[in-house]
Design a protein. Structure first.
Ligand code: UD1
Length: 323
């Protein structure tokens, strides 16, 4: 199957991952239908796509079944990136997280069944593992989420598998590990790298929640896109893959690295209390994706950070001296 000949729906197309995926797929020559309700997404993220002849955009919500049925015309593949994405926000608003992530995903699956969609690739999360002690995380290890967000992603994965087994829909779940890169927004509910870059730009100290010894397997967006293309082209269905860099970094080391790369070491670090619902360590075993999907991450965290900072400076005309 060649993805460039496909008609693809991207949910959450104006969000961080959805907009990067949309632009890449347009470059490949695919036809894209993008949807977003602008809860997290921004039209600005789709700048280059909006005038593209192969791109159609519809504002709407995945919880609206009739909206989905209306726009599901000859869709071959769905990349389901629309989500309630923040762990701390899910702790404040568990019902909303449940509604968007679980009910929205179920709606999408039901609409896909009705319209004979070929394949759905779902954006899952390392949050499904929770804080179980064994590292790195392998797909078959126990999953004990510790936040409403983690519960919602695990439930969606189960729905992906059930729709594969019961209704014969082709589904794949990709468990992303802390994705970062261009178009990630600096907001209180965004990923830590975008928040810290915002603090660097404002000449503020970086704020670490906790002692900074927690670790994450930060993964550059371009590697996540590679995984999504490989997942669409693979014939397997009902499967789950970890998608990470496979190399964890402590938050304290990440903060120091970001300050060093931007020549802003003088800004320093401030420690705030740990965040409830936070996982301590997250580190992906990506051997299944390497073996079956032929996934091969190309960016170290340092290379990814440089690429992201350069994009940011060009886009927003900031003059950071990146090392
Ligand atoms: C992130 C994603 C989530 C995704 C998961 C796994 C976001 C908002 N969250 O969750 O959607 O499913 O990765 O891919 O994109 N921290 C600070 N200072 C800050 C902000 C955060 O120290 O200003 C710390 C947090 O306490 C945490 C770590 O950084 O220990 C990572 O936090 P965050 O970037 O929010 O990611 P996750 O919660 O891991």
């Amino acid at each position: 199957m060649k993805i460039k000949d496909k008609r693809i729906l991207v949910t959450g197309a104006a969000g961080f991952i959805g907009s990067n995926l949309t632009h890449y797929l347009l470059e490949l020559g695919a036809n894209i239908v993008g949807i977003d309700n602008f809860f997290n997404g921004r039209l600005e993220n789709l700048d280059e796509a909006l005038n593209h002849k192969n791109f159609q955009f519809h504002k709407g919500d995945i919880r609206d079944f009739n909206f989905l049925l209306d726009i599901f015309k000859d869709i071959d593949i769905i990349y389901h990136e629309a989500a309630f994405t923040s762990v701390p926000q899910s702790i404040k608003m568990p019902e909303s997280c449940n509604d968007v992530n679980i009910n929205g995903t179920l709606n999408l699956l039901n609409a896909s069944r009705k319209r004979d969609v070929e394949k759905i690739i779902f954006a899952s999360s390392s949050a499904v593992y929770g804080d179980t002690p064994t590292l790195p995380k392998k797909e078959e290890m126990s999953r004990i989420p510790i936040s409403p967000y983690g519960v919602s992603k695990l439930t969606c994965e189960s729905y992906m598998q059930v729709f594969h087994h019961v209704y014969g829909l082709n589904t794949i779940s990709l468990r992303y590990f802390n994705v970062f890169g261009p178009k990630q927004q600096d907001s209180p509910y965004s990923g830590v790298i975008a928040i810290w870059l915002g603090q660097i730009i404002k000449n503020e100290s970086l704020i670490i929640f906790g002692d900074g010894n927690q670790s994450r397997d930060f993964t550059y967006i371009k590697d996540v896109i590679q995984a999504n293309i490989l997942a669409a082209e693979n014939k397997l269905s009902g499967e789950i893959f970890n998608i990470g860099a496979g190399s964890p970094i402590k938050l304290l080391d990440l903060a120091k690295l970001m300050l060093k790369l931007t020549n802003k070491e003088e800004l320093g670090i401030i420690y705030d209390p740990p965040r409830p619902g936070d996982i301590i360590h997250s580190f992906a075993d990506i051997s299944k994706a390497i073996e079956i999907l032929k996934f091969q991450p190309k960016y170290t965290q340092e290379q990814g950070l440089r690429d992201y900072f350069q994009w940011f400076c060009k886009k927003y005309k900031f003059d950071l001296k990146i090392k």
